[in-house]
Design a protein around this ligand. Structure first.
Ligand code: IFM
Length: 444
């Protein structure tokens, strides 16, 4: 049986599991919840691989008490979840008391089990009535109002809060590739969305701090490690462009730095959306940064006209590389490389690995799930975290993605990231081998 590196012992290192609201809550119209852009996106034919949606998901809205008990039984003392903006505000952007009460009940349950909450304010479920979504500057101001509302009602119970989860996905998967809500395909507009997201982050931090000065505040990013397919200069340049989009586009504003010229060229005349003074708003002091890591990318010089706009083409990994069931390369050393790359370029605050995990679709057999690939994946990444800390990185915690199988966005329920199996017909939860392994590691 594997053992945890002494540097990762739960007495000195924070261990948690993570989820997000849209992926697990279900109850999509309960108690005054208004539609999010993911509700409307799922309703559009052809958007979700298995034509599913988040209407029921893991029914966590009704089963949260049992789920929290399970988190405790598995030995986690920390839980990362997100608050659904469209659940706690009305279509007039006012407080929806019933929705807010759900999070109060959730926090009560966590408290009863001695589990510390770690909340994210925006994990992609944007209220659908906000016209123009992230392409509209007003949305950043609505986010600040929403943030202030959460701070007023839950702020004294939330020790650590992140504004956004992986804004790259909202901006680029949502507005350039169009595979995520709202499904727009426009390169320049995706950069406008990225800017408004970072503006929202900055305004949100200002709003929260005006109400609650004690909370530790930050953001969760999914920085890229992108290797060129060959050492031809055009492939090397393509890989750099991919990293600028994924990293510099978000990290530069956080530290008051301008975007690389290549991104300014791509936004073109829509650069007018980026107003004087915005950069200073984005660069609010950060108490922490969350990093989500799953894999690396390989890029080559663009091969299609659309790719030429963004400057690169990704090359899908194939055998003999080891892949998870979603087709992502298993590349644990990338975690070390990406953290070191970031450390070399930006003055990072303390770090938490806020997501890491694998799609391993192994099913139930005789009442158990033998997800050996996920176990190996997790152990290999724990080693990298320990190595980073040993070499001086200030990493304070690790959250496995995810507590349970859930709605995996455009993949619907076809990809399972949970350490707990969910039978979506009966909602029965069954801890997989990976969950039992973690339970044992955290108890020793
Ligand atoms: O499920 C997602 C999560 O919502 C954000 N980070 C990546 C996970 C796996 O794709």
């Amino acid at each position: 049986m594997p053992a945890l590196d002494p540097l990762l012992q739960p007495t000195r290192f924070e261990w948690g599991c993570a989820t997000s609201s849209f992926q697990i809550e279900g109850a999509s119209t309960a108690d005054g919840k208004v539609p999010s852009i993911w509700d409307t996106f799922c309703a559009e034919p052809g958007r979700i691989k298995d034509a599913s949606d988040g209407r029921v998901a893991c029914d966590h809205y009704h089963r949260f008490a049992d789920d929290v008990r399970l988190i405790a039984e598995l030995g986690f003392k920390h839980y990362r979840f997100s608050i659904a903006w469209p659940r706690i505000t009305t279509s007039n952007n006012r407080l929806n008391v019933a929705g807010m009460d759900f999070y109060k009940r959730l926090l009560d349950a966590l408290d009863q089990h001695g589990i510390t909450p770690n909340a994210t304010l925006f994990h992609w479920d944007l209220p659908a009535h906000l016209e123009g979504g992230w392409l509209n500057r007003d949305t950043a101001y609505r986010f600040a109002e929403y943030t202030e509302l959460v701070a007023r009602h839950l702020g004294d119970r939330l020790p650590r809060v992140a504004t956004l989860n992986e804004p790259w996905c909202s901006a680029f998967l949502g507005h350039d590739l169009g595979v995520f809500a709202p499904g727009v395909q426009n390169r320049a507009q995706s950069l406008v969305a990225a800017h408004h997201l970072m503006l929202a982050h900055g305004l949100g931090l200002q709003a929260w701090r005006s109400v609650q000065a004690q909370t530790s505040l930050g953001i969760v990013l999914n920085p890229e490690l992108c290797d060129p397919l060959t050492d031809r200069p055009e492939d090397v340049q393509a890989a750099r462009l991919a990293e600028w989009e994924r990293n510099d586009c978000f990290l530069n504003p956080l530290f008051g730095r301008e975007w690389p010229d290549a991104l300014l060229e791509q936004i073109g005349e829509l650069n007018a959306a980026r107003r004087d003074g915005d950069l200073a708003i984005c660069a609010q002091p950060l108490d922490f940064m969350g990093l989500n890591y799953y894999t690396r990318s390989i890029a080559r010089a663009p091969v299609t006209v659309n790719d030429a706009q963004r400057g690169y083409t990704f090359v899908a990994p194939t055998a003999p590389k080891r892949l998870t069931d979603i087709g992502w390369e298993i590349y644990p050393e990338g975690l070390t490389r990406v953290v070191q790359n970031l450390q070399a370029q930006w003055p990072l605050p303390p770090l938490w690995i806020t997501e890491n995990g694998a799609a391993d679709n192994t099913g139930l057999a005789h009442g158990a799930v033998d997800d050996g690939m996920r176990c190996d994946y997790l152990l290999a990444h724990f080693e990298q975290v320990a190595g980073l800390i040993r070499n001086g990185a200030d990493i304070r915690g690790y959250y496995v993605w995810s507590l349970m199988d859930n709605f995996e966005w455009a993949h619907g329920y076809s990809q399972r990231f949970g350490i707990v199996h969910v039978d979506f017909h009966t909602q029965k939860r069954t801890p997989k081998r990976s969950a039992l392994m973690l339970q044992k590691l955290l108890r020793e």
